[in-house]
Design a protein around this ligand. Structure first.
Ligand code: ATP
Length: 238
């Protein structure tokens, strides 16, 4: 499988505060990689560094084999997509109008992928539920057929049935070749659709492995979420 995105010993932060320390990870075409870790572990900052929003102070990010720093809008033009918990919709526009906002995707393809949006086409996005809004964002994103998706808390605060729907759509898109890095608080649900994963703690990757390897250590991983301080026994999933 082709490596789409690679972080090599990335250090990054905000101002003089370093948040990420030597973060190395990669995402290949056609796989779902989950990034786990407690609040404040550095997951969003990692995604920001991978997306070109935060510039690494050391180490580098290679996107499509190119290690030059590029801001997000350039990476998006080259096939990177970013979905965050802040649903990128225009509330005053209808569902169909929102679907037209991405010049790289078509309304028809979006509705094929998420037929549940068909009856909502003429409805103002402001009148959609949170789950419907995130499905709208996902439809527009997947219809554009990006090479790589960075999804930061795709399903935050959504009903379990919507979480399942969204994660299943992520898995299906990966089956068609999309590479995905997903941050997800619902560890078990995320591991059920992931191929591999990384666990972060205090700005470092402390564990990595296949979804099966991480699932076998799920209680230990979840314990770090609850305590926020318990250190993981680092084995890199070997
Ligand atoms: P969560 O699961 O709570 O979203 P996270 O793992 O995504 O957490 P980050 O959001 O990357 O963690 O935050 C890592 C650290 O960086 C935290 O200590 C946080 O306070 C700090 N941080 C995040 N954003 C900023 C910012 N814009 N300016 C300064 N510090 C920040």
């Amino acid at each position: 499988m082709d490596v789409l995105l690679e972080a090599d010993s990335v250090c990054a932060g905000y101002g003089s505060v370093e948040v990420l320390h030597d973060v190395s990870l990669n995402v290949r075409a056609g796989e779902v990689v989950v990034l786990l870790g407690s609040n404040g572990a550095g997951k969003t900052t990692t995604v920001r560094a991978l997306a070109g929003i935060v510039k690494p102070s050391a180490g580098g990010v290679k996107w499509l084999g190119d290690g030059a720093f590029k801001p997000l809008h350039k990476r998006v033009r080259e096939g990177m997509a970013l979905i965050t918990e802040h649903r990128a919709i225009v509330a005053s526009l209808t569902v169909e109008e929102n679907l037209r906002l991405n010049p790289r995707s078509s309304v028809q393809r979006s509705l094929e992928l998420f037929p549940e949006l068909v009856p909502l086409g003429k409805r103002k996005a402001s009148l959609l539920s949170g789950g419907e809004q995130q499905i709208l964002v996902a439809a527009r994103t997947f219809a554009a057929e990006p090479k790589l998706l960075l999804a930061d808390e795709l399903s935050l605060g959504l009903a379990p049935i919507i979480v399942t729907r969204l994660l299943r759509s992520v898995r299906m898109a990966a089956e068609s070749g999309l590479g995905v890095l997903i941050i997800e608080q619902q560890v078990r649900a995320a591991l059920s659709i992931a191929d591999r994963g990384y666990v972060m703690q205090h700005g470092r990757i402390v564990l990595e492995g296949t979804a099966a390897e991480l699932s076998a250590r799920i209680e230990e991983i979840e314990a770090t979420y609850l305590s926020g301080v318990k250190e993981m026994n680092v084995t890199n999933g070997q």
